[in-house]
Design a protein around this ligand. Structure first.
Ligand code: UDX
Ligand code: UDX
Length: 475
């Protein structure tokens, strides 16, 4: 079925589609890569002459866009045109947790995937290799295949591959250029399936060594993505669980992390205790895994993984509770400064960021919250809080538009954010937070001067010498 690959289309110009296609364009000048999206505003931001306006902030991304855009990398709203022209179509639309109906709060919402599949079938007049890039529940490829085959034009053939993305935000470009592995799931037992897998292997072989290109069957590939995220999130919840015990016993979670990480069977990565993990993937993918396990009648397995999320919720609650109890059991009308809003450093992504939940808890306790983040816009911060209310107006009844307007202030100067504050809480591990003039900050805040370091990044001893009371996680 496969011809030579000349044109690649990617549906979805988000945090995954944008950087992934930028790196394919960079590494493969022989292909024309077109990234399409239904969101015209997003596409025009990708096309903005001012590279600081790109919709996704990732170190190194703007440089690639500057080099490739208009050459072999295009951003467009003409979804039909790009699909028709391409031999290979990546689906990289978002798959959020369902907010309605069956599977609400647990299952992945596949409506965008289904819509994209129908569009591909409707538009295509030539064979295509269709690639799942979005993280999807196991067996989604089968659903996509059924839709494509039911709606396709006569004589047109589709091959479906699963090619999950393992990039982490903040290091996406490096992760893509130098991926540990690239997973390609396909039907290698049929001739056309094997050809499709080979074609995608051909794309990645332009820059990745052959031994890093792993081919599996489709279901293994789909499940591997969920499993990888579940294992990573589990490590964070495991160390966070130990951080609670450290705080009670006088052990230091960093020392424990270093000690266990030195065991080569455990390894040193993903052992940083924190205010709780965030991001678009961990929670969503685990909930998805839990849903799948329950669906297939495996409640014990479901509960095992669900505990990773519950522990993460506990860690966030523990953090806000510590602020409130330390501030003499009330934060009412006190100014609490949140340093950082993104779910980790070096990204402007805020999805599921712990900061949102900490802010919500503080606002519920009538605090005035002042936020500073070097990369996240004011609009996004307000949107994140309003979204919680939209999601669950019982649990987040306190997040009305009026309360948000009255209680939340967003500033673009960190010193202003901290000034006249009753407590500072570090939510994101932005490097710049360690370089601040903490003496100057100390002189501008109410005393006792409290710092709650949700990322263990500031020098506790140095700040204590200045006069701060510093609370870290697990120490
Ligand atoms: C990705 C993956 O696709 C998701 O499954 C994974 O778990 C997280 O990362 P991401 O790129 O981060 O999603 O999502 P987002 O930044 O929201 O981008 C998705 C884009 O798809 C949006 O720009 C949206 O406008 C676009 N879209 C959505 C379409 O173009 N068409 C649609 O029908 C739906
Ligand atoms: C994750 C996976 O790492 C990636 O492979 C997958 O493709 C998408 O999901 P991402 O969510 O972008 O990537 O970032 P990641 O670095 O995994 O961090 C996730 C969350 O865990 C962040 O909030 C981070 O701050 C937190 N974390 C991570 C910790 O709290 N402690 C750690 O030791 C590591």
């Amino acid at each position: 079925m496969t011809k030579e690959i000349k044109n690649i289309c990617c549906i979805g110009a988000g945090y995954v589609g944008g950087p992934t296609m930028a790196v394919i364009a960079e590494k493969c000048p022989q292909y024309v890569v077109t990234v399409v999206d239904i969101n015209a505003e997003r596409i025009s931001a990708w096309n903005d002459a001012d590279l600081s306006k790109l919709p996704v902030y990732e170190p190194g991304l703007a440089d690639i866009i500057a080099k490739q855009r208009g050459k072999n990398l295009f951003f467009s709203t003409d979804v039909d045109g790009a699909i028709e022209k391409a031999e290979m179509v990546f689906m990289s639309v978002n798959t959020p947790t369902k907010t309605y109906g069956e599977g609400k709060g647990m299952a992945a919402d596949l409506k965008f995937i289904e819509k994209s599949a129908r569009q591909i079938a409707r538009v295509s007049t030539s064979d295509k290799i269709v690639i799942e890039k979005s993280t999807l529940p196991v067996r989604t490829a089968q659903a996509i295949k059924t839709i494509l085959n039911a709606e396709k034009k006569e004589g047109v053939n589709f091959e479906i591959l699963s090619n999950p993305e393992f990039l982490a935000e903040g290091t996406a470009i490096e992760d893509l250029r130098n991926a540990d592995r690239m997973l390609i799931g396909g039907d290698i037992h049929t001739k056309s399936g094997k050809e499709a897998v080979d074609a995608l292997v051909g794309v990645y072989s332009n820059w990745l060594p052959k031994e890093r290109l792993l081919t599996t069957n489709v279901w293994s590939s789909e499940l591997s993505k969920l499993t990888a995220n579940a294992f990573l999130a589990q490590r964070v919840s495991s160390i966070n669980a130990i951080s609670a015990l450290c705080e009670k016993t006088g052990a230091n979670v960093e020392e424990v992390g270093r000690a266990i990480g030195a065991d080569s069977r455990i390894g040193p990565k993903f052992l940083n205790a924190s205010v709780g993990f965030g991001g678009s993937c961990f929670q969503k993918d685990i909930l998805n895994l839990v849903y799948l396990c329950n669906y297939f009648g495996l409640p014990e397995v479901a509960e095992y993984w669900h505990q990773v999320i519950k522990l993460n919720d506990y860690q966030k609650k523990r953090f806000s509770h510590n602020i409130i109890s330390t501030l003499f059991n009330t934060v009412s009308d006190k100014k609490i400064s949140l340093l950082g809003w993104a779910f980790k450093k070096d990204t402007n992504d805020t999805r599921e960021s712990a900061a949102i939940y900490i802010a919500s808890d503080l606002i519920e306790n009538q605090a005035n919250v002042c936020v500073y983040d070097p990369k996240v816009s004011k609009e996004q911060i307000l949107k994140d809080l309003a979204y919680l209310h939209e999601l669950d107006n019982v649990k987040y009844a306190h997040l009305t538009e009026k309360t948000i307007n009255d209680r939340v202030e967003i500033v673009s100067d960190p010193y202003l954010a901290c000034s006249e504050s009753h407590a500072l809480a570090i939510m994101t591990e932005w490097d710049e937070f360690t370089t601040y003039d903490w003496n100057k900050i100390y002189n501008s805040v109410y005393k006792p001067a409290f710092v709650f370091d949700g990322r263990n990044i500031v020098d506790k001893e140095e700040l204590e010498n200045i006069g701060f009371d510093v609370f870290s996680v697990g120490r």
